[in-house]
Ligand binder design. Structure first.
Ligand code: GAR
Length: 184
């Protein structure tokens, strides 16, 4: 049995998709959702899915071993960032394999402050003809670890950031759970 912890900051549609994908898989358990925002909607989703959710503050993440201890206590094997917007602290990087999904074709449109809407707006502003998703290992820098998988989609001249967000989410739902499964 492989135990996963999902980290998220906001809505959590990827968390929901991953949890539903593995629901009937007796070799994979989504053990826990960790959030860094008290009122993140993903907590409602986790509860509806019957998955424990825990909030940790900035202080917990960066100045204590509280997150690490919780993960150890629950025998977590791998951490998946699914819409998690903070840099991962070093104590977690040293102890776990961590993977992230980024809503662009890294190394383009990555780095601090590049998340969600800001990424898609930058794609529009740069008049890109294509964009996509990147699933990669996490290291101590933003969006910098080894790339595991990318998938592309077309950007039309008329596309808004919202249009692109929809295309990207579609790619994420299709590929992210399968790529996670391939790594377990
Ligand atoms: C996803 O599109 C994910 O790629 C992005 O946040 C969104 C979360 O959506 N992550 C980043 O931008 C990380 N830099 P969700 O909460 O509905 O899953």
């Amino acid at each position: 049995m492989k135990k996963l912890a999902l980290f998220a900051s906001g809505n959590g549609t990827n968390v929901q998709r991953i949890a539903e994908y593995f629901k009937d898989n007796d070799k994979v358990e989504i053990s826990l959702v960790i959030v860094n925002k008290k009122d993140a909607y993903v907590r409602e989703r986790a509860r509806a899915l019957g998955i424990d959710d825990i909030y940790f503050s900035r202080n917990d993440f960066y100045n204590t071993n509280n997150v690490l201890e919780e993960l150890k206590k629950r025998d977590i094997d791998i951490i998946v960032l699914a819409g998690f917007l903070w840099l991962v602290p070093e104590n977690l990087i040293q102890n776990y394999t961590i993977i992230n999904i980024h809503p662009a074709l890294l190394p383009k449109f990555g780095g601090k402050g590049m998340y969600g809407h800001f990424v898609h707006q930058a794609v529009v502003d740069n008049k890109e003809k294509e964009t996509g998703i990147t699933i990669h290992y996490v290291n101590e820098n933003y969006d910098d670890g080894g790339i595991i998988f990318q998938a592309k989609c077309e950007v039309l001249p008329t596309d808004t950031a919202e249009d692109i967000a929809e295309k990207i989410h579609h790619l994420e739902y299709e590929h992210f759970p399968k790529v996670i499964e391939s790594l377990l």
